[in-house]
Structures are given as C-alpha cells and as structure tokens.
Design a protein around this ligand. Structure first.
Ligand code: NAD
Length: 260
C-alpha cells in the first residue's frame, strides 16, 4: 500500500496511538500533519519523522475549539496542498462512578471526543470534496464503541457516538468519494492508560495488578495488551483502502476482547 502524494492529518498525534499512526502513515509516503494541544511534543514528533526522511508539519490544535480546528486545517492545506486522510484520534479518559461524575468532566469528555470529531470532519471534508479526489476519515473509537465498562459513562457514550457519526459521514461522503470508518482498539499501554490504572484501582478497591489482569485484559483471548503498532496498522489499512467498498464500518483490534 502506498500513500505517496497524500496528506494525512492526525489529531492527538503528539503521543501514544496518534503518534504511531502519524509515523506509520509517513512511512507509507504521506505528508503528515501532527495536530495536537501540546505543540512542543507535536514538534518533536514532526522533527523525528522528518529526520527519518518523511514529510511532517506540527500544528497547535485544540480539537474542541472551532477556530483552532479551522485554522490548523487551513494551514495544512496551504502548506501541503490538500487533506486526503483525517485521523480523528485526540482523546482523554476520566473515570468515576456516575453518581460522582462531575458534569464539567462529562462535558469535557464529550467535547474532546465528539465535538473534536465533528469539527475536524466538517473542516477537512470540504477540502476532500473540493479537490474532487475524495478522501478517507478514520475515527479512533474503542472497544468501548461496542461494550460498556464501569466508571466510564462519558467515554462509552462518546465512543458509541462515533459509530453514528462515521455512518452518517459514510452516507453523505460516499457519492463524493469520501469513506469513513472507526478503529476500535482494546487497551493499549499509552499515557492515557497508565494514568487510569491507579485511578481504577482506587475506585474499585483492588490492586493495580488486578486492574490490569481482571479488568483490562480479562476478556482478551491471550491476556495481552493491544499495541500502538496494531492500531496504526489498522488505521493505515483503512486510510489506504483502494475502493469505496470499505466504508461505514468499525474494525475492532483488541486480542478478541470484543467480537462483533
Ligand atoms: P495519549 O494520552 O497517549 O495521547 C492523546 C493525545 O491527545 C495527547 O498528545 C494529547 O495532548 C492530545 N489531546 C488531548 N486533548 C486534546 C485536544 N483537546 N485537542 C488536541 N489534542 C488533544 O492517549 P492514547 O491512548 O494515544 O489515546 C488516543 C486515542 O485512542 C483516544 O481517542 C483514546 O480514547 C483512544 N483509545 C485509546 C486506548 C488505549 O488503551 N490507550 C484504547 C482505545 C481507544
């Protein structure tokens, strides 16, 4: 598969899964835009991709802010010529039982995961339409797009919501060559998960080792974490798929935790 002459914008690409997605897409020939709240880390990722012979641009972007999203995407188009692939990946996690879940945290979660996906789609899709070449949008869902877990009311709600958004974008974009799909990873050891292990241990009254074994990996077929490479390879497959046959789908990459 080649993404030569394509431009791919990845949100939340300064860390974890988004970073690996950007590295993978760059290795397949795409010019990548590292869009993140954390500009310093985004610049480090972009520099290392360039040092490895790739093409990359770092842009500061808060995906919950419409002006910031529009400005970042306009800059990417001005500097690199188009947006062919959007990976809407930026996300955070806040865990608490629902009776203690702060309304402000609920709104923050939905803003980053859902407003972010909506705003980046809205800004990018018009360039995909305008170029006449179409494009591919990949949303970072989760096994929690299909399953529920305790303490994750906002996250599960948001990740389920992405399935609906992707299906609408697949229908609207289909006639104009834009595909939309969701990648649904199981647990991946990134800063987002490392922060959550002690928080879940406290909330559930169990040890951190028990959180990993009996909460995070209990339902997998082999007790293994999914890796950033596993997720990035799936994103690249969806981003580069050659026809419009593959759209409106969600692909679960989770060591069999969820089988749909
Ligand atoms: P991470 O914490 O390693 O990286 C998240 C990145 O998003 C950071 O660079 C952060 O600065 C950026 N970000 C946060 N808020 C932002 C905002 N408002 N605007 C722009 N950027 C922002 O996390 P990760 O584990 O790589 O998670 C990436 C995505 O993968 C998230 O959507 C997450 O829900 C999803 N996911 C993660 C796992 C997992 O186990 N790690 C599993 C399934 C899905």
């Amino acid at each position: 598969m080649s993404l030569n002459n394509k431009v791919a914008l990845v949100t939340g690409a300064a860390s974890g899964i988004g970073e690996q997605c950007a590295r993978k897409l760059a290795s397949l020939g795409a010019a990548v835009v590292i869009a993140d709240l954390n500009l310093e880390n985004a610049q480090k990722v972009a520099s290392s991709i360039v040092a490895a012979g790739g093409k990359a641009l770092a842009v500061a972007m808060d995906v919950t802010n419409e002006e910031a999203v529009n400005a970042g995407i306009e800059r990417a188009v001005q500097e690199l010529g188009s947006i062919d692939v959007l990976v809407s990946n930026a996300g955070i996690q806040i865990v608490a039982p629902i009776e203690e879940y702060a309304f402000s945290d609920w709104k923050k979660m939905l803003a980053i995961h859902l407003d972010g996906a909506f705003l980046t789609t809205k800004a990018a899709i018009k360039h995909m339409y305008a170029g006449g070449k179409g494009g591919s949008i990949v949303y970072m869902g989760s096994v929690h797009s299909h399953e529920a877990s305790k303490l994750k009311s906002a996250y599960v709600t948001a990740k389920h919501g992405l399935l609906g958004l992707a299906r609408v974008v697949a229908k609207e974009g289909g006639p104009r060559g834009v595909r939309a799909n969701v990648v649904c990873p199981g647990f991946v050891r990134t800063p987002l998960v490392d922060k959550q292990i002690p928080e879940q241990a406290k909330a559930l009254g169990i040890s951190e080792a028990e959180v990993v074994k009996n909460v995070m990996l209990k339902e997998t077929v082999d007790g293994e974490f999914t890796t950033v490479e596993d997720v990035a390879n799936t994103v690249a497959f969806l981003a580069g798929f050659e026809s419009s046959a593959l759209t409106g789908q969600s692909v679960i990459v989770s060591h069999g935790w969820s089988m749909q």
